[in-house]
Write a protein that binds this ligand. Structure first.
Ligand code: MG
Length: 270
């Protein structure tokens, strides 16, 4: 009996040294350790605040109403002038300014922003002619070329059959829109696009492709779609290395498509 008592005492003396965290609670531990049902103490239980992150603090942006630009937007067209745009040769943009909108003048050529952009959120409103003429790709055709290369198609796709990867909201010849959310010809429509520029390594190799998410009249039609390369009418050319910031371009496809309320927000991560 005496031998067993000594053995038990020794065991109790050694246990704290080998047990580490299995120490008896003391005053300092009382607030951080949680007693188990057996009266021993386990490591601290997770708390909600363990996963709270307080920095950085997102900057305040005042949102616009009904498609109006938020406070940090770069306004590219507010209906008053074409100063943010030029012809592709750098001369003044030759599109018609009228009634708070700008309209393609067939033959005047594509126009592009004077400023270059990388990752971007875009809001753009557009209208195909109320008077329908032509069909397929010849009816209300224009387009938004991000970085002068990657086109989201604009077309009168209201009861106007064409190849599906060429209709309104298509990433031209690369991705069919999920649905056709087109309004009637002559009605204003809008796209909201989240555009992610491609990344190239120092050796010119593609690191990550262009991607786009597109909403047409508030309806999701392209969900984080990765592009296989720049837009092409014929064939599928590979990516070409280009600058980090390149203008946005609007297409003259020979149809008097109108635009208004165009703004962008440059996207940057933390
Ligand atoms: Mg087009």
């Amino acid at each position: 009996m005496r031998t067993r008592s000594v053995g038990l005492a020794l065991l109790l003396a050694v246990l704290p040294a080998i047990g580490g965290c299995n120490r008896a609670p003391d005053a300092a531990d009382a607030t951080t350790d949680t007693p188990s049902l057996e009266g021993e103490v386990e490591s601290r239980a997770p708390r909600p605040e363990d996963t709270e992150v307080w920095e950085p603090v997102p900057p305040v942006v005042v949102p616009g109403r009904n498609g109006a630009p938020p406070s940090d937007a770069i306004v590219l067209f507010d209906g008053s002038d074409l100063s943010a745009w030029s012809a592709e040769n750098g001369s003044a943009a030759g599109w018609r300014l009228e009634g708070g909108a700008m309209t393609v003048v067939p033959g005047a050529g594509n126009i592009r922003t004077r400023q270059g952009f990388g990752d971007l959120q875009l809001h753009i409103e557009w209208r195909t002619p109320a008077e329908v003429s032509g069909d397929g790709q010849g009816r209300g055709n224009s387009g938004i070329y991000f970085m002068e290369r990657y086109e989201v198609q604009i077309l009168d796709s209201y009861d106007n059959r064409t190849y599906s990867n060429g209709q309104a909201g298509a990433i031209y010849k690369q991705r069919i829109p999920l649905v056709n959310a087109s309004r009637k010809p002559g009605e204003w429509q809008h796209y909201d696009v989240v555009f992610t520029a491609p990344r190239f390594g120092a050796d010119g190799a593609l690191v990550s492709p262009t991607s786009m998410t597109v909403l047409h009249n508030g309806v999701l039609i392209q969900n984080h779609v990765e592009l296989r390369g720049p837009t092409s009418y014929i064939g599928e050319p590979p990516y070409d290395v280009h600058a980090d910031r390149v203008p946005l371009l609007l297409q003259d496809h020979g149809n008097p498509v109108s635009y208004r309320n165009i703004w962008v927000r440059e996207i940057s991560g933390w």
